[in-house]
Structure formats: structure tokens, C-alpha cells
Design a protein around this ligand. Structure first.
Ligand SMILES: NC(=O)c1ccc[n+]([C@@H]2O[C@H](COP(=O)([O-])OP(=O)(O)OC[C@H]3O[C@@H](n4cnc5c(N)ncnc54)[C@H](O)[C@@H]3O)[C@@H](O)[C@H]2O)c1
Length: 438
């Protein structure tokens, strides 16, 4: 089985199936087409399938032209017909792994996908899970479901885990140039997965097991989560001490070894950093092991929007105003600069906290004209235009996301008060007394 599959992959004749065509799956699918392979994309959302087949994109940094080109060339097809999974030789799964309301891993997407794959599974296929998850998922959750097909792992089909490291909006690295860690259930599974990714990714890093690959991704994100919490805590301390945390980080960054800069902000956002560490914390309970760093980092990061709102209140208070009935404009709804993704964005929390205290809140985000409904938030708001006359009318302008499209000097020039959570106004010379850091 393995020799046949390897031959097919290495000759470029293997068909790649990508399940879940979101921020991770779509760029990955396109990367495999660039490597000359035929890709079948699967998604449960028929609207996405329709858009892709019409050559349209629903992700800002994925160009419609690139989609049109591969659809026209017949090397990419999107479908919601999961029976067609049988056509793929390598199936790469990039479905969501969120948290439930109780902040526990929500495995429903992974399980549903595993059932769909099991329904179409045939001998000689490779299945790889890419969704971020706790160590053990591939073999404890995926594997038993896949084997309900009657096929046996290692003998009839191959199974691996390879964590996605997509960083939307980043221009210094691409899907191809970010090294890909791969762990297989057995030797043949690893060999097949490495061969598959080597077609499209410059550097593939094999590890000894699926669990090691799963743990690798969680380590990366926990490392970020803990370090961001550290600088967030220091931001609050340094502020009381009259020290500028941004200046300190810039100075510390001149050390050529032993220090990596992390930056404070209004709270954690995105699909990964606020969520993934809790996957590990949940699993750790099975081993009677508390993950204190994760819990503590979570506590600090979750408190950040409250800190920012308190800073807005203080700044208004100094100007003789109460937050209640004040008009506040939040700049940036996306969870980080220059992307159109607002999942878990701290801006959502900020808006709700400000509204709960009686403020009249608007938002502007050039990347998100209308706030879409999420699992936890339904703001029913649209982005307001950013004109000098309008800026003047707000009692406070709160910079939550430091998009490059903003002209910070003119924002400060027009606004009455600017509360800056991202140091976005660092280069603004005039009107500095209107700026408050938070
Ligand atoms: N977005 C990132 O920056 C990023 C980075 C690294 C890792 N990840 C991880 O990658 C995984 C996917 O994240 P994403 O950001 O691409 O999510 P996403 O929500 O953008 O995309 C997921 C897609 O899967 C589809 N889907 C849901 N259930 C499905 C099913 N049963 N079968 C087929 N398709 C289904 C959805 O319709 C959606 O199009 C998550 O585990 C995430 O933690 C994300």
C-alpha cells in the first residue's frame, strides 16, 4: 500500500482532499495546486463552495484571481459532496476546534469530519488532521471513528497529525515557507505524510508520534499566551510606576540573545492563542496535573478589556465626563492588524463592556464593514465612516486594532481624546496630550 501511495504522491498524480476551506484550509489547498497537484476542497458551507466555484474569495488576503485561475485550469474544485472524499489520496482536515461555553474542547467538528471520512474511506488513503487540538486527539478521537469503516490503520489506511501554522496577514512567511511538523501513527503513515507535504512545503519536520506533533502546536501557542500575559501584567505595573512599557520592550529587544519581544494589547484574540492552551489544560486534568501557567496567563489576559475600559473611564473623568452617555468610537474590530478576522477579538468584549456602562459606541474597521454574528456576540453594527467632522463628535476614540490603513496623525488631530492600546500613535508628534495609553 505505502509504496503505491508514495509513488503516486512523488509523481504528482495523487489527489489532495482538503476538508474545511477556511483561513487555514483555503491557502493550503491553493499551495498544493501551485505544487501541480489536483485538489478537491470540501466544506459543509454551500455558500463558500458556490463562491469558490464562481472564482470568488471570502478571505481578504486570498485573491479571487488565484482561485479563478485554478478553478479554470481544472486543478481545484470545491464541493459539499463528501462521498467524493473517496477520490482523494491524501485527506487533510482543517476544521474548527473551538471551546464550548464551559471552556472545554469542542470536538464536534473533528468528530463530524471523521465520520464523513469514515463513510468514504478506501484502502490506500492517507488522512491527516491539521486542526489545533490537545495531544491524543488523532489517535483517541479520529482513529476509532475512522476504523468504524472496517478498515485498519497502518494496514489499510494511514493516519497522521500535522499542525497548521498559518498566520493570516503575515507577509514575511507563506504557507510554503513555514516549516511543517508531522507526526504519524506508524512508520508508513509518517512516510506518506512527509512525502505529501514535501510536494508543497519547503521544509517538513518529522516527529516521533501524532501526540508529539499535537503537543508541539500547543507549546507554540501556550508560549505566546503566557508571554503576552507577562507583558500585559508588566504594562499595568509600569504604568503605575510612570514607566513606558513600549520603550522598555524596544530597549530590551536590542539584546541579541535570550530575549524575544511580546507586546501588550487590549486582550487576546483570534482562533488560536485565547483557545488552544485551554485544550491542554483540559487534557492535563486527566493526568491530575494542574497547568498553572496557562490558568494564570488566561486570568491576566481575560482581565485586559476590563483594564482598558477602566482607563477610558479615568481619562474621561479627568476631562470632567462620565462614561455613561459618552460617545466612544472603537477603531478596529479585527483581532489583529490588517486582517478581516474578528473571531475572539477583544474589540467585541470592549464594545460590550462600554455599552454595559452606558456608553454610546460605534466602530470603524476598513476590513470589516459589517460586524458578522459570532457564536457569542451579535453586535448588529456596521462600520461608520472615519471623517474629521465625525471624529470630533466622539468623547473618546479607542484604538483597539492598529490597522496600517489608519492615518494616526489625522485621527489624533481631529479627536478630543485617544485611548491607545497598541502604541499605534507612537509616531504622532502633535496633540500628544490628547493621547492616553491603555
Ligand atoms: N486561523 C488561523 O490563523 C489558524 C492558525 C493555525 C491553526 N488554526 C487552526 O486550524 C483549524 C481551522 O481554523 P480556521 O481558522 O481555518 O477556521 P475557519 O472557521 O476559518 O474554517 C473552518 C472551515 O471548516 C468548515 N467546516 C466546519 N465543519 C466542517 C465539516 N464537518 N466538514 C467540512 N468543513 C467543515 C467551515 O465551514 C469553515 O469554512 C482550527 O483548528 C484552528 O485552531 C487556525
Amino acid at each position: 500500500m505505502i509504496q503505491q501511495l508514495l509513488k503516486k504522491i512523488r509523481s504528482g498524480r495523487a489527489v489532495v482532499g482538503v476538508v474545511g476551506l477556511g483561513y487555514v484550509g483555503l491557502p493550503l489547498a491553493l499551495e498544493f495546486t501551485r505544487a501541480g497537484m489536483k485538489v478537491l476542497g470540501f466544506d459543509v458551507d454551500p455558500a463558500k463552495v458556490k463562491k469558490l466555484m464562481a472564482g470568488r474569495s471570502y478571505i481578504e488576503h486570498v485573491s479571487a484571481g488565484a482561485i479563478r485561475q485554478v478553478v479554470k485550469a481544472g486543478i481545484f474544485e470545491a464541493t459539499d459532496d463528501f462521498a467524493r472524499l473517496a477520490e482523494a489520496d491524501c485527506i487533510l482536515i482543517c476544521v474548527p476546534t473551538p471551546l464550548t461555553k464551559m471552556r472545554e474542547p469542542d470536538m464536534t467538528y473533528v468528530e463530524a469530519t471523521a465520520r464523513a471520512v469514515a463513510g468514504a474511506l478506501r484502502k490506500g488513503q492517507l488522512v491527516v488532521l491539521e486542526s489545533t487540538t490537545y495531544p491524543g486527539t488523532t489517535e483517541e478521537v479520529m482513529l476509532p471513528i475512522l476504523e468504524t469503516s472496517g478498515l485498519k490503520v497502518g494496514r489499510d489506511f494511514l493516519l497522521a497529525f500535522s499542525p497548521e501554522r498559518e498566520d493570516p496577514g503575515r507577509t514575511t512567511h507563506t504557507t510554503r515557507t513555514i516549516p511543517k511538523v508531522v507526526g504519524g501513527h506508524d512508520r508508513d503513515s509518517l512516510a506518506a505524510a512527509v512525502a505529501c507535504y514535501e510536494r508543497a512545503i519547503d521544509t517538513v519536520v518529522p516527529v516521533s508520534s501524532c501526540a508529539a506533533a499535537e503537543a508541539c502546536k500547543i507549546l507554540e501557542n501556550t508560549y505566546r499566551c503566557v508571554n503576552i500575559a507577562l507583558v500585559n501584567e508588566l504594562k499595568m505595573l509600569f504604568d503605575r510606576m510612570g514607566i513606558d512599557v513600549w520603550e522598555v520592550i524596544a530597549a530590551a529587544s536590542t539584546k541579541p540573545f535570550g530575549f524575544q519581544a511580546f507586546y501588550p494589547g487590549p486582550g487576546l484574540g483570534g482562533h488560536c492563542i485565547p483557545i488552544d492552551p485551554f485544550y491542554l489544560a483540559w487534557k492535563a486534568r486527566e493526568f491530575d496535573m494542574p497547568t498553572r501557567f496557562i490558568e494564570l496567563a488566561g486570568e491576566v489576559n481575560v482581565s485586559m478589556p476590563h483594564y482598558v475600559v477602566a482607563r477610558v473611564m479615568d481619562a474621561l473623568n479627568e476631562r470632567g465626563k462620565a462614561l455613561r452617555c459618552s460617545k466612544v468610537l472603537v477603531l478596529g474590530l479585527a483581532y489583529k492588524k490588517d486582517v478581516d478576522d474578528m473571531r475572539e477579538s477583544p474589540s467585541l468584549e470592549l464594545i460590550e463592556l462600554l455599552q454595559a456602562k452606558g456608553a454610546k459606541v460605534d466602530y470603524n474597521d476598513p476590513h470589516i464593514p459589517k460586524a458578522p454574528r459570532t457564536r457569542e456576540h451579535d453586535l448588529r453594527m456596521t462600520s461608520v465612516p472615519l471623517t474629521p467632522a465625525r471624529l470630533k463628535r466622539y468623547d473618546a476614540v479607542l484604538i483597539s486594532t492598529d490597522h496600517s490603513a489608519y492615518d494616526y496623525a489625522s485621527i489624533v488631530a481631529s479627536a478630543q481624546l485617544v485611548v491607545d492600546t497598541r502604541n499605534a500613535t507612537a509616531g504622532v508628534k502633535r496633540g500628544r496630550r490628547k493621547i492616553v495609553r491603555a
